[in-house]
Design a protein around this ligand. Structure first.
Ligand SMILES: Nc1nc2c(c(=O)[nH]1)N[C@H]1C(S)=C(S)[C@@H](COP(=O)(O)O)O[C@H]1N2
Ligand SMILES: [Mo]
Length: 326
């Protein structure tokens, strides 16, 4: 994001995507959407990509399904898993799907630290114990100006955090992504100060919309979407949704976060979706829905305050100047 311009003017990205979509459409028309031909065309094909092609990752038992996107059309599984930001696997939108095949999301454990009565290292199985996994269809808005509608599977972050009994000193929650250079080729480039870090005020973290996702489209998360555990915060810009979380720490002061460290004037700590606060290099008033008819020439749609979730979250920011606290 730092090194790129928004999607409506980034020529390199536009070429990438239109070429990609064009080829997919052609292959579909020819009935040749198999992976063998893509390999034949010189396209690198990782394990995860193959997994996405066959849509064969384990399915999840979903306790219930709730549409938080007003019946808006869901983004295709293909687009949601092949147009990603996950800089640990490369900075192009197509890099994560191509480069995340070697990543091993199991076994997994998460360290719980800081101001809480219960801390320590917990396996993914410990973390998931007793949680019923539900589907929530959320609108997602990237700070770069594109958006998707994704059926996530997971449970409220609050349900997990409460189990550790945070103390009164726990004013914020800090999250850290795994740091595995051998499995994450993007870590050899200083695109960001690794490992990726994010944070929330504790009341934001406890808001029922904040989701810890373990899956999408009824299946376990693909590596490129943050397996095995990632945050989903539909009222905030996408970069707050930290992937492949290995540490959750209850802290007293506002934690440092990767994009804010990289460019504090461009990426604020709060980063609530806000059409009235422009990014210094582009407007945030509109967005382009990935995969919507018309491709790159689809009309841009208006971005809503808090990405349309004001009713659920605006009270968290009552009395705050959202131009100052962007
Ligand atoms: N660890 C990590 N988490 C990350 C990122 C990243 O580069 N590294 N990119 C963020 C950005 S900018 C966006 S828009 C979303 C994209 O999530 P998706 O690929 O599942 O749609 O992930 C966020 N989480
Ligand atoms: Mo993003």
């Amino acid at each position: 994001m730092l090194i790129k311009r928004p999607d409506d003017i980034a020529a390199a990205e536009i070429t990438d995507e239109s070429v990609y979509l064009g080829r997919r459409r052609l292959l579909r028309t020819l009935g040749l959407a198999g992976s063998a031909l893509l390999v034949g065309c010189g396209q690198k094909q990782g394990n995860t990509d193959a997994k996405a092609e066959t849509d064969s990752s384990p399915t999840l038992d979903l306790a219930r399904k709730t549409d938080y996107a007003n019946g808006e059309a869901q983004t295709s599984f293909k687009d949601a898993t092949h147009y990603n930001n996950y800089y640990e696997f490369g900075t192009d939108k197509s890099d994560p799907a191509q480069n995340a095949g070697k990543f091993q999301p199991k076994p997994w454990s998460v360290e719980i630290a800081g101001h809480a009565e219960v801390t320590g290292s917990f396996t993914l199985e410990d973390i998931l114990k007793g949680q019923s996994i539900e589907e929530r269809v959320y609108r997602m808005r990237c700070v770069e100006g594109w958006s998707m509608v994704i059926p996530w599977a997971g449970f409220s972050l609050a349900d997990l955090l409460k189990r550790f009994k945070p103390t009164a000193q726990a004013k914020y929650v800090a999250f850290t992504t795994v740091n595995r250079p051998a499995q994450m080729p993007g870590l050899s480039y200083a695109a960001l100060d690794w490992p990726y870090r994010e944070g929330l005020r504790i009341d934001e973290a406890m808001n029922p919309l904040a989701l810890l996702a373990t899956g999408m489209y009824g299946r376990e998360l693909p590596n490129q979407n943050g397996a095995p555990l990632r945050l989903v915060l539909p009222w905030k810009y996408g970069f707050k949704g930290i992937k492949s979380i290995v540490k959750i720490e209850f802290v007293e002061r506002q934690p440092r976060t990767s994009w804010n460290d990289a460019a504090a004037n461009e990426y604020g700590f709060y980063s609530n979706v806000n059409p009235d606060v422009d990014h210094p290099r582009w407007s945030q008033k509109t967005e382009r829905r990935i995969g919507a008819g018309g491709g790159l020439f689809a009309p841009r749609i208006e971005t809503k305050p808090f990405n349309g979730y004001a009713e659920q979250v605006a009270s968290l920011y009552a009395g705050m100047d959202l131009h100052q606290n962007f």
